[in-house]
Design a protein around this ligand. Structure first.
Ligand code: NAI
Ligand code: MG
Length: 363
């Protein structure tokens, strides 16, 4: 088999962290015949500088033709003045839109070696392994009308509209149950059905999909505000949390901070499954940005990028054992006391980006 992987390192620390994944693909090709065919292209500010757009049509074509895209980060002060539709972030937005990536997976995993460094009590987060599934292409960020209108009497009115169609809720619900089936079999759906029609309908559709297609799994409903409280109070009660675009944006950021540094957090964005092949379009990226303050210094933490690659192995290539092994290697390296500056702890050994990548590869 060949596995086509498009690497889009982007700006800032993106190239430094992506290089660590390239070590892993080369190693896996050599040792287990993984058959990765990697190609690298420009995205973000560097693409604007070289090609005049934050993502070129040619690169977009490569993304559509690949089995998975691994995205570093885009942006930086250099491009602050660039036109709105040519700004670095527009490259990522086009990828999400054209690839129809409607499901955003944000795991919150607590590595035992880092449990002590969280602001929460060790017993609350030790062993934490939950997955927040955020609807990414609908809801209030995209619904129409969306405008600020002048009321003429010195007043203006700002309008955003929350819109969800049946198919949008159905497909994110199915994605949630499919994911739960590979985990602990529990889905918690969060909305505000007490005050929002879209919440009421979200609840109805998720309940129906569960009853008709996934009755063997556990479904629980929770109001999104109460869910936020529970995430901080007792996060281990959850397995998969499925929620809309807005609530998912906030809840996933809250969950992220349960586990510590931005440099540790991976994500995946998945599209619809192809009816013939069953494969999904997919993009994997760390949650953090291009970190201009540390770019080029060789000190960035590559573990978020490496963990994103582990998700790619798991969800795009069904390489579950390899994904487990890679995640285990990350845990082992942390356990051994090897740390980048952002997660440095007492008695640990501080290393740079390259050395952290090498340590994981060696495991
Ligand atoms: P950021 O995530 O780039 O950095 C926030 C802080 O965390 C910085 O102090 C940074 O040094 C640190 N940090 C982030 N990743 C790290 C890592 N892997 N290892 C060690 N330390 C790390 O967010 P910020 O500063 O708000 O944005 C910087 C640029 O990145 C902006 O241009 C922003 O638009 C862009 N950005 C891009 C994203 C993307 O490409 N998906 C997401 C977020 C921001
Ligand atoms: Mg956010």
């Amino acid at each position: 088999t060949t596995r086509k992987l498009l690497l889009l390192p982007g700006d800032g620390i993106g190239p430094e962290t992506t290089a660590q994944v390239e070590k892993l693909t080369a190693l896996m090709n050599e040792t287990v015949g993984a058959g990765f065919e990697t190609e690298t292209a420009l995205v973000g500010g560097c693409a604007y500088d070289a090609e005049g757009a934050p993502i070129s049509d040619a690169t977009m074509g490569l993304a559509m033709a690949s089995d998975a895209v691994l995205f570093g980060a885009v942006g930086g002060p250099k491009w602050d003045g660039v036109d709105y539709d040519k700004r670095p972030e527009a490259g990522l937005l086009r990828l999400r839109k054209d690839m129809e990536l409607f499901a955003n997976l944000r795991p919150a995993i607590c590595y035992p070696a880092l449990a002590g460094s969280s602001s929460l009590k060790r017993e609350v987060i030790e062993g934490l392994d939950i997955l927040i599934l955020r609807e990414l292409t609908g809801g209030v960020y995209f619904g129409e009308p969306k405008e600020i209108i002048d009321l003429g009497n010195g007043q203006k009115r700002a309008i955003d509209t929350q819109v969800y169609d049946t198919y949008e809720i159905e497909r994110i619900a199915r994605a949630a149950f499919d994911l739960a089936r590979t985990r602990r079999g529990k889905v918690t759906s969060m909305e505000k059905r007490n005050v929002m029609k879209s919440g009421l309908y979200w609840n109805e559709v998720v309940t129906r999909i569960h009853r008709e297609e996934y009755a063997d799994l556990e479904l629980e409903h929770m109001l999104a505000d109460a869910g936020g409280m529970q995430l901080v109070r007792a996060p281990k009660q959850f397995d998969v949390i499925v929620t809309d675009n807005l609530f998912g944006d906030m809840l996933s950021d809250i969950a992220a901070m349960l586990t510590g540094s931005l440099g540790m957090l991976p994500s995946a964005s998945l599209g619809a499954a192809d009816e013939k092949t069953g494969t999904r379009r997919a993009l994997y990226e760390p949650v953090h940005g291009s970190a201009p303050d540390i770019a080029g210094k060789g000190v960035a933490n590559p573990l978020a990028m490496i963990a994103s690659f582990a998700m790619c192995l798991r969800y795009s290539f069904q390489m579950v054992a390899e994904a487990d092994a890679l995640e285990g290697a990350v845990a082992d390296v942390l356990e051994s006391g090897v740390r980048t500056g952002d997660i440095m702890g007492e008695g640990c050994r501080q290393v740079g980006t390259e050395e952290m990548g090498d340590a994981v590869a060696a495991r």
